[in-house]
Write a protein that binds this ligand. Structure first.
Ligand code: FAD
Length: 586
């Protein structure tokens, strides 16, 4: 049977020793009294909940899946899911990082993110129900009217109501400009929305009293394409003036998708027939609100793969110690160690990146200094596609490596490893495929400002070089990232120039570019983790924990980081080898 132990010590290392999160966050008024003990005890309790309540439902949920009732269009989640959600809600976990004015506990986003890593390790499919609500909450918090906020946010904070994001339609996924769902303005200021959405996670279920759908649709006078899309709140049940639930709205689930993984997450076809909605933000500017949700969700998806990577690693490690072949435990074989260390390094780098991004997100929203807010936002915009695509691709590599450690047993259900491989696969696809993330990174985040934001990230590396440049013990970590930074800067200028002449050059290089940039970011984070560990060792800590951090960092630079060289080599080959292939692809 699979097992899971919340990696609390690793989380504390990243939060308190590498990033000094409490010191950083105390500059933000709502966290002025924050302390390390509070964070640690919340994560300890959260870890217990994930391990004891959610994890035991992972394999059973996968086997049972969700069921759809054609008669009343209802969806039942697997046995135990609704009860676990009730306990989750009653314990106050739904509002951990929500604002106090809506009934939340107002803890930092980074704490919620670490908590969700554990929920994702325990059961990604279950964690999606409350996880999506966070994205919807963030969009309404940023773009809702005071009335919309007071109607919906307290109930979403308490978890009595959950949220969804309804973008995808049968003919339109990546290109939302093709959207057909229509919104007709009504004399009373509401809209009647009609259309069909597909693949809507948590679109219908039996875990909450109401479901708040955030729906993209087109107004009658909308300009064509992506600039003509508006955002609406469409509740499953209407909400009366006193906050009680009214009649059923004109939105229902038309069926469930049967799929490869996350089988316990209800992936719904949603039918809207004159469903009553209210507009969020300005007409035709719906993508502004939706991007708040999508950016939160992109970090969330990276966090899903981080969770899967961690739990896969833990189970592969235990197996490798106990499985004897040829008179020895298989952990003694170099290649088995390589697979285990790959998963461990991708979990540790991923955890550092997710925490780094969550701290930026907090500063972007709540820091009192406008300059800090805008700089944090800029850096986060650069890192978000990397957190989404690099972590989910790494999750694919890591869960597959862990399955390989188990040999044939990895392929057999009872061990739980094949489920982790299947569950991770969707993370590379939804929330914008990883190709789309790479185009976002290279096209929108890097080339659109001639590499200015990338240079800001380069400044962080330069700062580390300045601090540690004369420290011989750090040179094995610093030299490679400084060299990769130079190569990436040079390539960015080259591709910027080529892209002006032929946009396919950008499309042909983008995925490789994201892999190389991902390694630059991971290299920086591993160097900071090594710096922290070296300082602790120098201070006399003989704890194997710090030695383990150093060994993982060395493995990362020796065995995984060199992929950046081949990625840049491949990025440089240009578009011709892909586009002049009519004979090959006929
Ligand atoms: C389990 C599951 C849950 C989901 N949950 C939700 C949800 O809650 N809400 C929601 O709205 N949607 C949801 N989705 C939809 C998901 O976000 C889309 O499937 C995804 O964005 C891709 O869209 P598509 O499937 O239409 O693929 P397409 O857009 O048709 O893309 C097909 C392929 O073409 C590539 N491609 C497309 N355009 C370009 C381009 N310009 N340049 C290069 N390559 C390109 C893509 O990368 C991909 O490889 C979910 C999907 C699944 C399977």
């Amino acid at each position: 049977m699979p097992h899971y132990t919340p990696p609390l010590r690793d989380m504390q290392f990243v939060l308190h020793e590498v990033f000094h999160a409490v010191e950083e966050l105390r500059h933000i008024p709502r966290h002025a009294d924050l302390d390390i003990d509070t964070i640690n005890s919340v994560l300890e309790e959260g870890g217990k909940f994930a391990k004891e309540i959610i994890f035991p439902l992972n394999q059973s949920g996968d086997a049972e899946g969700c069921t759809y009732d054609r008669q009343d269009h209802s969806v039942s989640t697997p046995s135990g899911f609704a009860e676990a959600y009730r306990q989750f809600r009653e314990a106050g976990w739904t509002g951990l990082a929500c604002q106090a004015e809506f009934g939340g506990q107002g803890l930092p986003i980074v704490v919620n993110q670490a908590f969700y890593e554990m929920l994702n390790s325990a059961n990604q499919a279950w964690a999606m129900y409350p996880g999506l609500t966070h994205g919807a909450y963030a969009a309404l918090e940023a773009h809702g009217t005071p009335e919309q906020k007071s109607t919906y946010l307290p109930k979403m904070t308490s978890g009595e109501w959950t949220g969804t994001m309804c973008l995808t339609e049968p003919h339109c996924g990546t290109d939302l400009g093709l959207m057909r769902t229509k919104a007709e303005p009504q004399p009373n200021g509401t809209y009647h929305i009609t259309g069909e959405k597909i693949f809507i996670s948590a679109g219908e279920h039996d875990m909450a009293d109401n479901i708040i759908h955030l729906v993209l649709a087109r107004l009658p006078d909308a300009p064509a394409g992506i600039k003509g899309i508006s955002l609406f709140i469409v509740p499953k049940f209407h909400v009366n003036a006193d906050g009680s639930l009214g009649q059923r709205n004109g939105i229902h689930c038309g069926g469930l998708e049967h799929k490869m993984g996350i089988k316990a997450s209800a992936t719904c076809q949603m039918v809207l027939e004159n469903a009553v909605g209210t507009l969020v933000g300005q007409p035709h500017k719906g993508m502004h609100g939706m991007f708040v949700m999508m950016n939160a969700a992109r970090l969330g998806v990276g966090n899903q793969s981080l969770g899967l990577t961690e739990v896969a690693y833990q189970n592969a490690l235990a197996y490798a110690k106990e499985r004897y072949q040829m008179g020895n435990a298989i952990i003694h074989h170099p290649d088995v160690r390589k697979m285990l260390l790959t998963a461990k390094a991708y979990a540790e780098g991923g955890r550092a990146l997710e925490a780094f991004c969550a701290l930026l997100l907090e500063k972007e929203h709540y820091h009192p200094d406008a300059k800090v807010r805008s700089e944090s936002g800029e850096l986060l915009a650069l890192l978000t596609p990397i957190a989404k695509a690099f972590l989910t691709d790494n999750g694919h590599i890591a869960t597959n490596a862990c399955m390989q450690v188990l040999g044939g047993h990895g392929f057999i259900r009872q061990w739980g490893m094949e489920q982790l491989v299947r569950d991770n696969r969707i993370n590379m696809i939804y929330e914008g495929t990883n190709t789309i993330q790479s185009l976002d990174l290279l096209g929108r985040k890097v080339l659109s400002n001639n590499g200015a934001t990338l240079r800001k990230f380069g400044k962080l590396i330069a700062q580390l070089v300045e601090e540690e440049g004369v420290n011989e013990k750090m040179s094995e970590f610093i030299t490679p990232i400084a060299a990769l930074g130079d190569k990436l800067t040079k390539f960015t200028m080259e591709i910027g120039f080529k892209g002006l002449q032929n946009p396919d050059e950008v499309g042909a290089a983008a995925v490789d570019y994201l892999r190389a940039t991902g390694h630059l970011v991971f290299g920086y984070l591993f160097a900071r983790m090594a710096q922290t560990a070296l300082r602790q060792v120098a201070a006399g800590h003989t704890d194997t924990f710090y030695l383990g951090k150093l060994q993982t960092a060395r493995f990362y630079f020796a065995k995984l980081f060199p992929e950046s060289t081949s990625a840049l080599l491949s990025a440089r080959t240009g578009s011709k080898v892909l586009m002049h292939t009519e004979a090959a692809l006929r």
